[in-house]
Ligand binder design. Structure first.
Ligand SMILES: [Cu+2]
Length: 114
């Protein structure tokens, strides 16, 4: 009887850490996903002007509920002009915008609609 109790305790000790680690890991992954979706916002609009010299693009975009924005015409910056490759005035586009601080909005993706 004594022997059975001891081997059961060892079994529990051996399994417990594995369960805890698995739980922690999936929690961290969920947190990372929440941060990503909170920072990247999708929108649709029409291109007015592309300025490759100053890394800017002017869009008339529809409402972006995740930012609390109504539709408007405004300029966005890009960090890399590669994002603006093949983008021309008059195109209907979908785009992704990230907010990196007060009035710091950058387009990370802009794709013509077919
Ligand atoms: Cu806007």
């Amino acid at each position: 009887m004594q022997r059975t109790t001891i081997s059961l305790s060892i079994l529990l000790l051996a399994t417990a850490p594995a369960v805890t680690l698995a739980g922690t890991h999936s929690h961290d992954m969920n947190r990372a996903e929440m941060h990503a979706s909170a920072r990247s916002h999708s929108g649709q609009g029409v291109v007015n002007k592309v300025d490759l010299q100053s890394n800017k693009v002017n869009l008339t975009h529809g409402p972006i509920p995740s930012l609390g924005w109504p539709g408007m015409t405004m300029g966005f910056k890009v960090k890399d002009t590669a994002v603006l490759q093949g983008i021309k005035p008059g195109q209907r586009v979908t785009f992704e915008v990230v907010n990196e601080g007060p009035k710091q909005y950058f387009l990370t993706r802009i794709t013509p609609q077919k």
